[in-house]
Design a protein around this ligand. Structure first.
Ligand SMILES: Nc1nc2c(c(=O)[nH]1)N[C@H]1C(S)=C(S)[C@@H](COP(=O)(O)O)O[C@H]1N2
Ligand SMILES: [Mo]
Length: 214
């Protein structure tokens, strides 16, 4: 392929930006920059009905809480610009996410002192896959984490998690649960969907924590 063809395909912009991110220390090892936004999930996006959708928090909390769609969407909102690193080796930079900060949700829960980890739950029942993913409470309780509904000014497509997905920018993207519906607070670490299948329990992209046997 000629340099002109590459330029017309956008490869040239891609490589220039990739070099810049690498120089700035923002490209984790083994990752390539993508200008697109690939779709990656198991199963199929669930049907969304705002009348029956709810968001539940349970496990080791003083009182379990259930929010309706209306109540959840009435929580305070914020914008976060952050990078997104998928374990399948693509990274998308400077995504402008809009959503409800995880900390706004935590502030409305009375989490028991023994809690060390959270299991994040995706949709259950629409397909045979109920997605879940685990992370330490201290990694969940961060200012950059959002329950997002918009990216770069546009509502998320169903494929990207509409009506709501978690965004945890500092860990591999499989922790960013799409179609998120609930949280279980735990006093030990337990494996979620991909973690049971061998993905790393923590998943730091800068340490290349891809699989648990590495
Ligand atoms: N509910 C659910 N969330 C999920 C997944 C999934 O299969 N189901 N896949 C994860 C993986 S492996 C990645 S890389 C990101 C991809 O998000 P995207 O499809 O919006 O790029 O979503 C994560 N969240
Ligand atoms: Mo992924």
């Amino acid at each position: 392929m000629s340099e002109l063809d590459k330029y017309l395909r956008g490869d040239d912009d891609r490589r220039v930006l990739e070099r810049k991110m690498k120089a700035e220390g923002r490209l984790p090892p083994g990752q390539a920059l993508t200008l697109k936004w690939p779709v990656l999930h198991v199963g199929a996006p669930p049907k969304f009905d705002p009348a029956t959708w709810d968001f539940r928090a349970g496990g080791l909390v003083e009182e379990p809480v259930t929010w309706s769609y209306e109540a959840f969407m009435a929580l305070p909102r914020a914008e976060v610009v952050a990078d997104f690193h998928c374990v399948t080796r693509w990274s998308a930079f400077d995504n402008r996410w809009e959503g409800i900060p995880v900390r706004e949700v935590l502030a409305r829960l009375r989490v028991q002192p023994s809690v060390s980890h959270v299991m994040v739950l995706g949709h259950v029942g629409e397909t045979r896959y109920g997605y879940s993913t685990n992370l330490p409470l201290s990694d969940f309780d961060r200012g950059d984490n959002l329950f997002a509904f918009r990216r770069n000014g546009e509502d998320l497509e169903p494929d990207h998690g509409w009506p709501l997905r978690l965004i945890v920018p500092h860990l591999y993207a499989w922790k960013s649960c799409k179609w998120v519906r609930g949280l279980v607070f735990m006093d030990e670490d337990k494996a979620g969907y991909w973690e049971r299948l061998g993905y790393h329990m923590y998943g730091d992209p800068f340490l290349e924590q891809r699989f648990s046997n590495e």
